[in-house]
Design a protein around this ligand. Sequence first.
Ligand SMILES: [Zn+2]
Length: 146
Amino acid sequence: MRTNCPICAKHQNPENSPLLQGEFWRVESGNIEASVKGYVYLEPIRHVEHWSEFSQEELIEMSELVPKIERAVGRIMPVDRLYIVVISEAVRHLHLHLIPRQQDDQEKGLTLIARATQHRSEIDSHVRREYIEFYDTLRKLLKSEN
Ligand SMILES: [Zn+2]
């Protein structure tokens, strides 16, 4: 826990519930304003700023969660590629952006990554509801099996 860290603060907030909580990591829904369906964050529970600070156990759990997320998202929508990006520039607490690209997505590569990570689009309430339902389904899938 680090003060002034938005990720630590989010983890402490009882109103925020992750899609999945592991021993060392949390899977959180990505920002809905990004309008990238299936976009999730993988965040270490511990405030870690450098890869070299991770324990072996933390890295093992991360490596298990990535394919688990890929499978679960893939059961809801056709994922062609799953991009993984770590920037952690403005927010130093390391976190992985998992950005699925669907078969028929027009945007690819850096364009899609930029849209996901900059999340500036405006979405209406109808779309917002659709995303909330999507993440509810994903939460159930992540908790059920894989
Ligand atoms: Zn933190």
